[in-house]
Write a protein that binds this ligand. Structure first.
Ligand code: SAM
Length: 190
């Protein structure tokens, strides 16, 4: 019997992607799919994804990142080995809050002291079963890429709730930008 799901769909969001800081190693959590961070950071990036198909999808872009098939809740990586961590539209794919917290704790563990974190996230506070973020990304080199992310609704994922788990994990929040249906947070490991 078909299940009748309700949907919330955002208007098209225009999202400017900034350059990544420094020349150091970057861990990109949930780095498959469109592979946004790998397309910017190339060989600097170790892209972790739990889904082999998403890794294959991102590799179509042909960039030189390291690819790691793993659950970011338990990263098979040494402590303090990365200068920067990115979670670009990946926390929304991890619906359960204890799992989101575990991922953030793991990211903090593998970051060097003073390491930076960059989060782009969807604001998912709708009452519908499913949330569809429609986005147009612009890269610093002028490339434009359009996509839609289909996510579980009713997550209460907001800039406030994500900032709170970053603080609990020991990160200082450097900047926070709230937009209609997405947010950007930058932080530093203390
Ligand atoms: C929106 S998609 C890809 C976003 C990606 N940053 C991009 O540039 O398009 C989110 C990704 O997170 C991955 N993911 C979900 N849960 C994960 C987990 N526990 N560990 C690692 N990756 C995970 C999914 O497989 C999916 O490829």
């Amino acid at each position: 019997m078909p299940i009748d799901l309700s949907f919330f769909e955002t208007p098209l969001q225009t999202i400017e992607l900034r350059e990544l800081p420094g020349n150091g190693h970057i861990i990109d959590v949930g780095g498959g799919g469109e592979g946004l961070v790998s397309r910017i950071g190339g060989a600097q990036v170790c892209a972790v994804d739990i889904d082999m198909n998403k890794i294959r999808e991102a590799q179509i872009h042909g960039f030189s990142s390291q690819w790691l098939l793993a659950d970011a809740q338990t990263l098979p990586l040494k402590d303090a080995s990365f200068d920067t961590a990115t979670l670009w539209f990946s926390l929304g794919f991890i619906r359960d809050w204890s799992a989101k917290e575990q991922v953030v704790d793991e990211v903090v563990r593998v970051l060097k002291p003073e390491g930076l974190i960059s989060i782009l996230g969807a604001t998912i506070d709708c009452l519908e079963d499913r949330f569809l973020l429609k986005a147009q990304f612009s890269f610093a080199d002028g490339t434009i890429s359009r996509m839609s992310y289909g996510l579980a609704g009713r997550q209460n994922q907001t800039i406030e709730s994500v900032t709170e788990i970053l603080r609990q994990a020991g990160l200082a929040v450097l900047s926070a930008e709230d937009n209609a249906f997405w947010f950007r947070i930058e932080g530093r490991k203390q």
